[in-house]
Design a protein around this ligand. Sequence first.
Ligand code: FEO
Length: 413
Amino acid sequence: MNIQKVIDDVYRFSVNIEDKDYLFEGLWPIPNGISINGYLIKGDKNVIIDLTQDIFNFPREITHQIEESQITIEKIDIIIMNHMEPDHSGWLREFCKKNSKAVIYCSKKAVPLLQAFSSVPPERAVAISDGMVLTVGDYELQFFDTPNIHWPETMMTYERKRKILFSCDAFGSYGRVDENAIFDDQIDGEKHQFFEQESLRYYANIVATFSSFVLKGLEKLKGFDVEVICPSHGIIWRENPAEIIDHYKRYAEYSKGPAELEVAVVWSSMYGNTKQVLNLVIETLCKRDIPVHVFQVPGDEIGYILGSAWKSAGLIFGMPTYEYKMFPPMAHTIEELMVKKVTNKKVFRFGSFGWAGGAQKDFEARTMRSGWDILGHYEWQGTPKESDKATIQRLLEAYCDTLIAFTRQASKK
Ligand code: FEO
């Protein structure tokens, strides 16, 4: 990949993680890849905003890209670290060995992380204050604390003359970025949809827990005229930055509920008895024109389940009882949903048991503080009889009525 001009003397350098087996944060599958972007501002003093991860050949690749702009690493005067997570700071340790003069601008909370992650002494850092402006040639770089989007030390950098927001993880997405299509006006409608889906999954996996901070950050941004958003993952938004801002606002507001009139159905089955009810669930929802997203556990990846659950106002779980408790892989899935604060959902649960129930009690105990409204549940012994199915159908009809009313009520607000 080559370094690419954004505007004037602002350049984007970037790599894509292409390895389909790679897990982002050691956890999240990224079959469509992800870009890691940083930015260079050339001038009498040269500035870099965020670095890259120290994996594969990324440091060598980025060094090469920077050199394409007739700058060497040794000629960088200022490094702005908006965020210290190693996908952006991993190269910092080696970078600072090659360049002993560059001053690092970062938030106060990031200073000890420089030492902890990169062995960079605090003497090399300038801790910014909220709103502080650093003038470098014709560029006025203003720094803003944006804590917990998504680490406590995160900040953003706003170039005031050109109205560029260097937002780091915020407004980012999964998905590799093609070299010839790095801007929002260079991609077609299908690709816009792709990045919308990938930004939702990225949000649900990486940022969702901190949605209240995202809403605070968005409030803070309201006072700024943003013409270009340069995130550290995904495409650059210069034609319509409001598009990705609106997506993020919507994702963050899902935490306050209700989300979309959709249902994520997550199911497990040991011998097929719980599975026998699955089609009835899907058909009942489809007849009510409610979009359904179906995931099997174990099997489907939690990263995808989270994305769908985050966006859906309704959650339905089908799982059998296993030794008086929830089927263990489903218990793990529920735990992940709790960690990511998937909340304000209308919920239904069904499942079979062998010699005794217990999954429902376990389910209710584990989700007690979830903010979920469990509208109904049904358990049966062994194979579901026609009478069991009839009862489930009746309960599901009532569930759909409530779910539809819940989302309609919100759309009127
Ligand atoms: Fe892209 Fe939180 O690092």
